[in-house]
Write a protein that binds this ligand. Structure first.
Ligand code: ADP
Length: 255
């Protein structure tokens, strides 16, 4: 197809909420194996874009393609099956489950909606699946979470909780990982570790799109950056080139 080498293609997507034009005719392409940064002032449409790509919102107009397949407005669990995983700005971990159980629930053997996986977990269908547990433990080890396997997320430092969310997203074995402000609330050392984690995810063959306000991280991590303002793409390119464009500087002055 014409999408060879392109993992995500957004084609003329608009999303309107009554009077609010959250996205206006947005097009962008993310090559497979890239780390793409999405930046822009608050309210510029970044999270709305993630919500469209992950199926939480149906676009008002336009199409979304994953590896050349039209996935526009597919329900979230179908998009998860197709290989899209995401994290949220506000953490969404299961508070009553341990870190290991949070990862286990996400190891999607049944390929169903997460609420059903959670229900199956509760009735104990999976509790004795050794292979599943071994997979969960491998993911915990990969993300440096083995020591926290039996803790409840809420009892852990915020930076560790953020890492659990990434581990849980990776448990679904995605092709495309969407990270919504992963550095928010992290200290300098944790931001550095986050950079290493995202690079290791990319090295494993996963394409990453990251909404991020921490410009130091964006500059050091991303291959390309797409800048949003008022629901539109105003610049796109390598981080060092984009950062000095007058329209980008101007968009940020008003933030
Ligand atoms: P960003 O992530 O860049 O801060 P958002 O995508 O969250 O921006 O928001 C873009 C615009 O869309 C804002 O004006 C926001 O208020 C509006 N918006 C987002 N989601 C909704 C919604 N569910 N209902 C109404 N307006 C929304």
């Amino acid at each position: 197809t014409s999408d060879t080498g392109v993992m995500l293609r957004i084609d003329a997507v608009s999303k309107h909420f009554r009077g609010v034009k959250a996205l206006q005719d947005v097009s962008l392409e993310v090559d497979a194996g890239q780390i793409r940064g999405i930046v822009g002032p608050n309210g510029s449409g970044k999270t709305t874009l993630f919500n469209v790509v992950s199926g939480l919102y149906k676009p008002t107009a336009g199409r979304v393609f994953l590896a050349g397949h039209d996935v526009t407005a597919a329900p979230p669990y179908r998009l998860a099956q197709a290989g899209i995983a995401r994290t949220f700005q506000n953490l969404r971990l299961f508070g009553a489950l341990s870190v290991r159980e949070n990862v286990l629930v996400a190891l999607d053997r049944t390929r169903t909606r997460s609420i059903w996986r959670y229900a199956l977990w509760q009735v104990g269908v999976w509790r004795h699946d050794r292979a599943l547990r071994a997979d969960a433990d491998a993911i915990l080890a990969r993300f440096g979470l083995t020591a926290f396997a039996h803790s409840l997320p809420g009892a852990l430092p915020y930076g560790i909780q953020r890492r659990v969310e990434i581990a849980r997203a990776m448990a679904a074995a995605p092709r495309l990982l969407l990270l919504d402000e992963p550095a928010a609330g992290l200290n300098g050392e944790e931001v550095r570790q986050l950079g290493d984690i995202v690079r290791s995810i990319r090295a494993s063959g996963v394409t990453v799109v990251v909404i991020e306000h921490n410009m130091g991280l964006v500059m050091s991590l991303c291959d390309r950056v797409t800048v949003f303002a008022n629901g539109r793409v105003i610049a796109d390119g390598p981080p060092a080139e984009v950062a000095v464009k007058p329209e980008v500087v101007e968009a940020y002055l008003g933030d």
